[in-house]
Design a protein around this ligand. Sequence first.
Ligand code: MF3
Ligand code: CO
Length: 269
Amino acid sequence: MSVVRKTSEEINRMREAGRLLAKVHEDLGKELRPGMSTLEIDRLGEDMIRSFGCTPSFKNYSGYPASVCVSIDEEVVHGIPSAEKFIREGDIVSLDIGLCYKGYHSDAARTHAVGDISKEASLLIERTRQSFFEGMKFATAGRHLHEISAAVGSYAEQFGYGVVRDLCGHGIGKKLHEDPEIPNYRPLRRGIRFQAGMTLAVEPMINEGTWQVRWLDDEWTVITADMSLSAHYENTIVITEGLPEILTLTESEIAADENLKQYLGARGR
Ligand code: MF3
Ligand code: CO
């Protein structure tokens, strides 16, 4: 395993990749309407990515056919967009998007509510997001990789949620997936020691029921084994001597969110 630290020039490119991806997420999130096909969502997202002079990281990655992974309700991740599949009022819809800017990738996911959703569903979305920030408290130079994993997993498990084990976060940079793998549960080993300049995509996938998942016959779509709801939240980050820099957030996302303001206040941004 080789975890590379990025130079400041590389991090500058990743900052731009992250900033543009955050904008794609923000703009695409606002377009979601009941009755929209998941293919329409993908097309809009891909157009936005290309309009910024970037390329979609997922398209043709290991044969994945689209630019945006659209995963509805019990779908955990990697839902394949389709002209025959529609989002409906009351759904929770996870959008996972990656883009490449000047040779560097950024990767982020958000779970959105379509219209009114149940209290349980909105708690799942909120707590999945919070589990990411619990992990961030340990994502600092000198600490160990699996301290993030343990923090994410134990936060989510206290609510009785299932923490997906079959998929992990990852290093990111010149390639979409680099070392290390970042589980969302505590493994036996403590993992590598962080150094400033490492760039990671941390992505909790949290189920309302069991942690167990299965793959659909399309070989991509991952669903919960018990058909319970699942939420996903992901950002690309840079490890520093203090709290990490989160590359895939927009200013308005920060302004709308007390947790984020607190987080960024603590890191002295
Ligand atoms: N965020 C996911 C990941 O990092 C998305 C990958 S989808 C794929 O694994 F199509 F690119 F595989
Ligand atoms: Co990812």
